[in-house]
Design a protein around this ligand. Structure first.
Ligand code: GLN
Length: 494
């Protein structure tokens, strides 16, 4: 329902809270207030939306990726996802802070400086998570109704968990990436953050459509094939007879992946996990143990593949095709040599973490290192995809039936979704001085979120209680294309 006060209150919260939280990168309140009086129609009429700074908003707003290299960049076109939200009546209330080019888990590496978690204990200030930390903090503090983020290895789900909101990464290719600045193209997905599963669902249904501007966006025929597979699930006992007295999720099987059940799990994380399983059981689900043996290898595989792709994607910020050119002095010094000119531009424009990743990514793809790092990581990715196909009852619409997915006889033993934590523990303190903590320890935050990106499957984080006042997130993931079932199950958690 249209509510101008929702937009007004969001703009009020931006004024009131953004100075402390630093969640927004650039506010466009005047643009937003202009639209207050503009008659709009559609299911998202008047919804204030915050968009991560790596998604093109058009409207003369910069799309900076929180990088010096793109500090003044205004995209000549608008991202399909943003366009669809606008057509449905939503209003862009601001663009969000983030880690530079989406590289990070704490929202501390960009040109806007650290963003902060709206949940605070006494004087301590915490990270909102990254890289879509600004988007999550904006939702959690009421600066918008929904926010867009990007999720290459967990950047929507981790901040959602730490800020106590819902964060959804749909199946790879469900939402067009047109207008999303690439980090690792085979893993990147636009994701949605909101306070409720229902708001996520509403926004998702508007953005999940084919787009000829993105060749990796699912075609209508693939969407239809998936609909055909998900509509009839003869192996689910109970779902198909319309018995009104039966529990809403009767017949749904939820897997608990053993590999995430590690000694290091904090007690509060474990408690939330158990409570989540009980909630689903109470809604009619059957809970079973499952095993995904290659999960422990997903983090090194991710950090090899993501960085390899990033080194190639970020080559365009050379000051010629994209990016602010280096200062005049460096240009003069480098006049005689084009590659020095590029180097000066890239050294000035890209931050230390981005440079580190470009170097690592270039190295793992070099002739001598490729066989030791890049190719084995591709193999691990395939193994992980296969393991998911062997636990989910629903066939993978991209695979040949019976070969890499379960056979009809095995299907009743498969699961419909898996339940596990989004991260171990709650948000860490936000360190904003020189000491930003070790990068490797920061990479470890992603261990629970990267498998879904490697497999291209949908995954979402829902808030599930708190520990010492700070929110905890629980994660659900499902078979490729099974986004709607995932959202349906998620509405019973929390
Ligand atoms: N933290 C992960 C990384 O730094 C994930 C980032 C993301 O999903 N954009 O690569």
């Amino acid at each position: 329902p249209y509510s101008s006060t929702t937009l007004k209150s969001a703009l009020g919260e931006i004024d009131r809270q953004n100075p402390q939280l630093n969640a927004l990168a650039g506010c466009v309140p005047s643009a937003a207030s202009d639209t207050l009086d503009r008659p709009r129609h559609g299911p998202l009429q008047g919804w204030p939306v915050v968009v991560k700074s790596n998604i093109a908003t058009g409207d003369a707003t910069t799309t900076t990726c929180a990088s010096q290299a793109l500090a003044k960049y205004v995209s000549p076109f608008t991202a399909t996802a943003v366009e669809l939200l606008r057509q449905a009546g939503a209003v862009v209330a601001g663009t969000a802070n983030m880690d530079e080019f989406g590289m990070g888990s704490k929202n501390q590496s960009g040109i806007y400086g650290p963003a902060y978690n709206p949940h605070q204990i006494a004087a301590s200030r915490y990270s909102p998570g990254g890289s879509s930390g600004g988007s999550a903090a904006a939702v959690a503090s009421g600066m918008c109704r929904i926010a867009l983020g990007s999720d290459t290895g967990g950047s929507v789900r981790l901040p959602a968990a730490w800020c106590g909101v819902v964060g959804f990464k749909p199946t790879y290719g469900r939402i067009s990436r047109y207008g999303l600045v690439s980090y690792a193209s085979s893993l990147d997905a636009i994701g949605i953050l909101a306070s409720t599963v229902q708001d996520v669902q509403t926004a998702y249904s508007i953005m999940a459509v084919p787009d000829s501007n993105d060749m990796t966006c699912m075609s209508q025929s693939l969407r239809d094939r998936i609909d055909g597979l998900t509509r009839s699930r003869p192996w689910i006992k109970g779902q198909n007879n319309n018995n009104a007295s039966q529990l809403p999720l009767t017949g749904i099987r939820i897997g608990i992946p053993q590999e995430f059940w590690v000694e290091e799990l904090s007690e509060s994380t474990l408690d939330a996990w158990k409570r989540g399983a009980q909630q689903l059981e109470a809604a009619g689900c059957e809970i079973v143990k499952v095993t995904l043996p290659h999960i422990p290898s997903s983090l090194p595989a991710y950090y090899t593949l993501a960085l390899a792709e990033a080194s190639s994607n970020l080559a365009r910020y050379d000051g010629v095709r994209f990016g602010t050119r280096s200062s005049a002095r460096a240009q003069t010094a480098a006049l005689a040599n084009a590659s020095l000119k590029y180097a000066a531009t890239r050294s000035e424009g890209l931050g230390p973490e981005v440079q580190r990743r470009i170097l690592l990514g270039t190295y793992v793809m070099s002739a001598s290192a490729c066989q030791h790092y890049y190719l084995p990581s591709q193999r691990i990715r395939r193994l992980i995809q296969r393991e998911f196909n062997q636990i989910f009852a629903l066939p993978n619409a991209l695979c040949n039936p019976g070969i890499t997915t379960l056979s009809d006889q095995q299907r009743p033993h498969g699961v419909d979704a898996i339940l596990f934590p989004t991260s171990n523990g709650t948000a860490p303190p936000q360190l904003d001085g020189a000491d930003k903590g070790s990068q490797v320890s920061s990479y470890v935050n992603d261990v629970m979120t990267v498998p879904a990106n490697l497999a291209g499957i949908p995954a979402l984080s829902v808030p599930s209680g708190r520990s010492h006042g700070m929110p905890i997130g629980l994660q659900l993931a499902a078979q490729y294309g099974d986004d709607n079932l995932l959202l349906q199950i998620a509405s019973f958690l929390g």
